[in-house]
Design a protein around this ligand. Structure first.
Ligand SMILES: [Zn+2]
Ligand SMILES: [Zn+2]
Length: 310
């Protein structure tokens, strides 16, 4: 189980709730590095795979002492595995998201279906319950929104492997002054906000493209948690914890060799087909660096396949 939890006192068990990509109000502690070593090596060595260095002050691993999770541990601990009976990811547009950012929603649905090799079902838009709004803060309570809106929806759908809500409203949680996403492995549900993704745009960058990358990154990270993946402490990886938007922006969109093995084991996906589809997706989105990464992975897998059949 992931251990970046926040005590909420809400019906959604605190121990089950994972808070991600949040700016902690208390930034303290000393840098601690996991003693665990990765138990999966890259299929082919490449400069694309970079081990995580020492965390800098303010980074997630500087603030939160997380042990990491090996592939062997994942297989032992997993409680949410794709099956014939439970094989869909549900996406729920919340609030104004589908009207404000229709292209973002469409791209997210397509991306999650490729990334997780699952059918993705988009539900009708829903408003955030008024009772989850905190007028003093001008924000919605993420834990309460999960409880009141998303938990009843996911419980009605017995074929739900995961459910993720996307909202354009600003979220907070517990003592954290805002959160980009929260997720629960036990309850198969998560929620992410794109509110701040459109506000802090690095100078000279395309606003919509930056927000798209951030949304794909946070959404796949949250769904990864719902599928039982803890924060990655081994490589630069989309499953790294992030304590700020700056740290999140530094992280890649991709799963490292260890986390890739976890997802493959969970869903039974075809790596080569997945990388080819991701390559085409990034080409369409004009994300050249990400397209090139997927092209390299697909070429590696093609070579491995060819050499094994020689
Ligand atoms: Zn996380
Ligand atoms: Zn990883």
């Amino acid at each position: 189980m992931n251990n970046c939890q926040v005590s909420t006192g809400l019906p959604l068990a605190a121990a089950a709730l994972i808070v991600c990509l949040a700016l902690a109000t208390l930034v303290s502690g000393a840098p601690r590095r996991s003693k665990k070593e990765p138990d999966v090596e890259p299929l082919i060595p490449s400069d694309d795979w970079r081990r995580l260095g020492e965390p800098k002050p303010g980074d997630w691993l500087y603030v939160f002492d997380e042990p990491g999770q090996t592939f062997a541990e994942y297989k032992r601990e997993l409680k949410n595995r794709k099956s014939d009976r439970r094989d869909k990811i549900y996406v729920v547009p919340i609030g104004e998201l589908d009207r404000k950012h229709p292209d973002l929603l469409k791209s997210s649905v397509r991306y999650f279906s490729i990334f997780f090799d699952c059918e993705v079902v988009q539900l009708d838009p829903r408003p955030l319950p008024r009772s989850t709004y905190n007028a003093k803060r001008g924000q919605y309570d993420a834990g309460a929104a999960l409880d009141k809106l998303l938990l009843p929806l996911v419980r009605e759908r017995k074929d739900a492997l995961a459910m993720i809500g996307l909202t354009s409203e600003d979220l907070y949680h517990g003592t954290l002054n805002f959160v980009f996403g929260v997720g629960s492995h036990r309850d198969r549900v998560g929620l992410q906000s794109v509110y701040r993704f459109y506000r802090w745009i690095p100078k000279g960058k395309d606003r919509d493209r930056v927000a798209l990358v951030r949304t794909l990154k946070t959404g796949s990270h949250e769904i990864g948690h719902i599928l039982g993946m803890s924060h990655c402490t081994f490589y630069e990886c989309v499953m790294n914890g992030s304590n700020s938007l700056d740290e999140s922006d530094r992280r890649p969109l991709f799963l490292c060799p260890v986390c890739m093995s976890k997802l493959e084991w969970n869903t039974g996906l075809d790596r080569l087909a997945r990388y080819r589809k991701l390559r085409d997706f990034f080409k369409q989105c004009k994300l050249k660096g990400d397209e090139a990464f997927c092209k390299r992975r697909a070429e590696e897998l093609e070579k491995l396949k060819a050499s094994s059949t020689e």
